[in-house]
Design a protein around this ligand. Structure first.
Ligand code: AVI
Length: 328
């Protein structure tokens, strides 16, 4: 990708700050209080997430990497080479190169809401793959978006890594999968990483690591509110909490007040009592059958799947239906 293309990246629309304010007001006023995890990913949050992926307790990224290392060639045999690779998320410096090498895409389209991070990772990949045509798109892939003109006539394979689908509720995940099927079009493939249900202690450790990186990631949301919405929230008044909700099959992350707090955000007053929490993220985990059912509900046909040797994480390959079987 040329520097020109990097500079041509659009800025996140200013309305996103209005949306942040609206969602923070609504989330802090709701009972239980909750904020969307998508607000984690400012520049610092994206850096902290990258650090999380290297933690000993956070097995997800390593497991998915191992699967790609072992099976990328097999994936390419099924999809064929030379498709446009559309990555939903800005791409990881370790996993994406494995796919780029195996799939030999005719174009690579990373899509991410964080312009800074997208810019950085696209530039790093451009250095490593100078012949690759890269078309970064700043967009929230939860909303409809248009693929760059350069890839519109190419067959496509989508990649949604890291079990990010786990951060969506089931109805939202189904809606996302259906929207992705429409964007990628007939004859497309989707390669998707989905974390599996497993021992609760292992799951909780992955979201409450000994070095406290996940805690900093969670607490960064308060720094972001203070910075972007003129907040006066005392960061030290919150602690990071991660728990396994077995009934909902999800890890929940919360920010828990360690004492009663009063603060202001963009001129509005809020108070939170000691031990009350703000629910900041759910990370749903799926068994093998539930994962396939989810894909089918989203309009995709699962055709192959692979796991790491410990069976911690799964990578599923699905195909989009022909027009006659198009999901309604
Ligand atoms: C991005 N997503 C898949 C991560 C997860 O595992 O749910 C976000 C994360 N939250 C805490 N650690 C990692």
């Amino acid at each position: 990708m040329s520097l020109h293309a990097v500079r041509a990246l659009k800025h996140v629309p200013s309305s996103s700050e209005d949306q942040f304010r609206t969602e923070v007001f609504a989330g802090l006023s709701a009972r239980p209080r909750a904020l969307s995890p998508r607000w984690f990913y400012d520049r610092r949050g994206s850096e902290l997430f990258e650090a999380i992926t290297a933690l000993p307790e956070y097995y997800l990224t390593r497991a998915e990497y191992t699967i790609l290392l072992r099976h990328a060639a097999e994936i390419a045999r099924i999809t064929g080479i030379g498709r446009a690779l559309i990555e939903l998320g800005s791409g990881s410096s370790v996993k994406t190169p494995l796919l780029l090498n195996a799939l030999a895409p005719s174009a690579y389209v990373p899509i991410d809401i964080s312009g800074d991070f997208l810019h950085q990772s696209a530039a790093a990949l451009a250095k490593r793959f100078p012949a690759l045509s890269i078309h970064p798109v700043i967009a929230d892939f939860m909303n409809p978006f248009t693929l760059p003109a350069a890839v519109r006539s190419l067959p496509r394979v989508g990649y949604f890594a890291g079990s990010t689908i786990g951060n969506m509720t089931v109805p939202v995940a189904v809606e996302f999968l259906r929207a992705t099927a429409r964007t990628l079009g007939e004859g497309a493939f989707l390669l998707i990483g989905i974390d599996r249900i497993k021992d609760a202690r292992r799951l909780v450790a992955a979201y409450d690591d000994a070095q406290g990186v996940t805690a900093r990631f969670n607490l960064n949301l308060i720094h972001r509110i203070n910075r972007d919405l003129q907040g006066t929230i005392p960061v030290g008044a919150f602690r990071h909490a991660a728990l396994w909700n077995d009934y909902e099959a999800r890890i929940e992350m919360h920010l828990e007040a360690v004492h009663d707090i009063e603060f202001r955000v963009a001129g509005e007053s809020f108070s939170i009592a000691e031990r009350e929490t703000i629910h900041t993220e759910s990370s749903l985990k799926y068994g093998p059958r539930e994962a396939r059912t989810l894909l089918r509900a989203g309009g995709w046909s699962p055709i192959a799947e692979w796991t790491d040797p410990e069976g911690l994480f799964a990578l599923l390959l699905a195909s989009s239906p022909s027009s006659s079987a198009w999901p309604q």
